[in-house]
Design a protein around this ligand. Structure first.
Ligand code: SAH
Ligand code: SF4
Ligand code: F3S
Length: 475
């Protein structure tokens, strides 16, 4: 397993700084080219698909090479200091190209744009555009302003923007799996977290538009959708036409009914908000994947309180028990922060032991990075030395590596229904897919005539820490 402290993502499909090339550029259709690179969580990747859609209607086609772009965009993340440093480095690289090609516009989108606002223009003199996550509709007019030689900024946060009516351009897609953004913002105030400041108030997207998007994806051959939000379990939308309140459980059910052949995943669940109704809905529908990302952050009740997570160690453990009671085959993953303010060795041991208890199949692990403006920055001292943070993180990673391996060993000899996502990167004679529990399976194609998007039964006969290896079985 790679060291996850440097990962700025909440979904394992997001790749750091990946550039997109969604389609061949038709020179008659698109007069100009844009290049977009995305950092951070799945929501940022999903937003880039909305930005691509807006830019397409303005005559911009995508390119994979920033040197040939008229407009270069970085969709940025502020979650940890390291995430911002990466973007700053990238901007310096763009500077060289811009010096040779002065007409090129450079824009910063996303959470760093929101956090730093006009400061970005002062600090990074080559930036022409600064656009926050709720202001992408204004991109065309901002680009027009900058074309006139001016610098443009729009970082207004909105109480109702959900981009519900914009049909995302699926960037870098395998044609099988897609994200659907169901809500924006976050009303929680976890003391370490910058997201409530960069993404604004929580708002839920019109359920009809979500179902329509899922239907459209299914009709275009997609077979898996991931419903996205910072806290999906607090999704709540009132249908004005009949007064019906759509909760997350109801939404899940509606999406599950689009087709039994389309898998549903979701990310992220705050432990305090995931209800029995959601768990029972997951259990009821075979196509809702038996996998919950349930960030714990810490195993110590004292630290959880300082983090303002609103649950205790015991409460979280009871939630894990409940999940396993309702869905014994459900896999669970977590986010974990090492070295939060005042964390003692005993608190750290509590984190290691809650990992053992929960038997996480996977975790995203970070050391604490103080973020300006957060409650923790205002209230507490970032008092754990970096070497202690790193050592504790390493211990957390080692426990997780063992748990992942143990969990995979338990799958040997089991048979899983796998959705084929494409060829294995290492060998084109093998397929790669995932089971409901979100584990990756690699298996030989043999002589079966199968395609990406098909379901197949695979029996596991070997494993590594990160992958199950098996063979197709006829059942
Ligand atoms: N909304 C999601 C989390 C989004 S941020 C949730 O509540 O679960 C993804 C992860 O980044 C968090 O779960 C947390 O583990 C980590 N994170 C957030 N702020 C951090 C900080 N200041 N330092 C280190 N890790 C942080
Ligand atoms: Fe951040 Fe907490 Fe909101 Fe997640 S729930 S985005 S960690 S404030
Ligand atoms: Fe990063 Fe913003 Fe997502 S801070 S994790 S891109 S919401």
């Amino acid at each position: 397993m790679e060291i996850l402290e440097i990962q700025e993502k909440v979904h394992d499909e997001s790749k750091q700084g990946e550039a997109f090339s969604p389609f061949k550029v038709d020179p008659n259709l698109y007069k100009k080219r844009f290049y977009i690179e995305s950092y951070g969580c799945a929501m940022n990747f999903s937003d880039s698909e909305i930005v691509a859609s807006i830019l397409n209607t303005e005559g911009f086609g995508a390119t994979k090479r920033f040197e040939e772009a008229d407009l270069v965009l970085l969709n940025t993340c502020s979650i940890r200091e390291k995430a911002e440093q990466t973007v700053r480095k990238r901007l310096t690289e763009f500077r060289k190209t811009k010096n040779k090609k002065p007409g090129m516009l450079i824009g910063v989108l996303g959470c760093m744009a929101e956090r730093l606002k006009t400061k970005l223009l002062e600090e990074e003199k080559l930036v022409d555009l600064v656009v926050g996550p709720d202001a992408y509709r204004s991109l065309p007019s901002l680009i027009e302003e900058t074309d006139g030689g001016q610098k443009s900024v729009n970082v207004l946060l909105s109480r109702d923007e959900t981009y519900a009516d914009i049909s995302p351009v699926r960037l870098n897609s395998n044609g099988i799996c897609a994200f659907i953004s169901i809500m924006r913002g976050c009303n929680n105030m976890c003391s370490f977290c910058v997201v409530p400041f960069t993404r604004g108030r929580e708002r839920s997207r019109d359920a009809h538009s979500i179902i329509a998007e899922a239907n459209d994806l299914y009709n275009r051959g997609f077979r898996e959708v991931t419903l996205l939000g910072q806290n999906v379990d607090s999704y709540n939308w009132i249908d004005e036409s009949n007064g019906e309140t759509i909760t997350f459980a109801k939404l899940l059910e509606k999406v599950a009914k689009v087709s039994p052949d389309m898998r549903i995943r979701f990310s992220t669940s705050h432990p305090k908000d995931i209800t029995d109704e959601v768990l029972y809905t997951m259990a009821k529908y075979e196509n809702i994947c038996k996998y919950i990302h349930l960030p714990v952050q810490s195993g110590s009740s004292r630290i959880l309180q300082l983090m303002n997570r609103t649950y205790s160690r015991e409460w979280y453990i009871a939630k894990v028990d409940r999940i396993k009671e309702i869905m014994p085959d459900c896999s669970i993953s977590a986010d974990i922060i090492a070295g939060f303010c005042t964390e003692t060795e005993e608190d750290h041991q509590d984190t290691l032991s809650i990992m053992e208890y929960s038997k996480y199949d996977y975790s995203y692990m970070f050391f604490y990075s103080e973020r300006p403006g957060t409650l923790a920055e205002k209230r507490y001292k970032d008092d754990i030395p970096e070497e202690t943070k790193r050592r504790r993180l390493q211990e957390i990673i080692e426990v997780q590596n063992r748990l992942s391996k143990e969990s995979n060993l338990l799958d040997i000899d089991k048979t899983f229904k796998v959705l084929i996502e494409g060829e294995s990167k290492k060998n084109n004679k093998d397929w790669k897919g995932r089971n409901s529990q979100n584990k990756v399976l690699i298996f030989p194609k043999e002589n079966y005539s199968l395609n990406a998007g098909d379901y197949v039964m695979v029996k596991v006969d070997e494993c590594t820490q990160g992958t199950l290896l098996g063979k197709i079985v006829n059942e």
